[in-house]
Design a protein around this ligand. Structure first.
Ligand code: AMP
Ligand code: ZN
Length: 113
């Protein structure tokens, strides 16, 4: 399996794990853009949100609630945090295994660059 995030999910590549259950793994981004920067991935390979189907509805919902849990774990709930899914070239997706960014620990501008 050539996919980097499948390798992290399978523990073939080390990562600093923030949460794991039967469906998902959350780990700290190797190049954090804020004090908190965690990526949530499904263990099952899915390229991006553009490839998701009705069958993925529960999984996508679980990713979002896991983002809430990570924010709580990291103590970012009161100050606020951002959840991001980059999908495809214009959004700057660089790893083609769907991942939700959970970013917090500093004020963030809008719109994003
Ligand atoms: P994106 O640009 O949305 O595809 O985000 C990919 C993210 O994966 C970037 O923030 C990278 O810093 C992060 N990343 C790449 N390789 C690793 C790795 N081995 N462990 C943790 N995070 C990684
Ligand atoms: Zn994968």
């Amino acid at each position: 399996m050539a996919c980097l995030f499948c390798k992290i999910a399978n523990k073939e590549i080390p990562a600093k794990i923030a949460h794991e259950d039967e469906d998902l793994v959350a780990f700290h981004d190797i190049n954090p853009v804020a004090a908190t920067h965690v990526l949530i991935i499904p263990k099952r390979h899915l390229v991006s949100l553009a490839d998701a189907t009705e069958a993925d509805q529960a999984l996508l919902g679980k990713m979002l609630l896991t983002a809430k849990r990570i924010a709580e774990q990291e103590g970012r709930t009161a100050e606020g945090f951002r959840t991001v899914l980059n999908t495809g070239p214009n959004a700057g997706q660089s790893v083609f295994h769907i991942h939700m960014h959970v970013i917090g620990g500093r004020p963030m501008a809008w719109p994003p660059g």
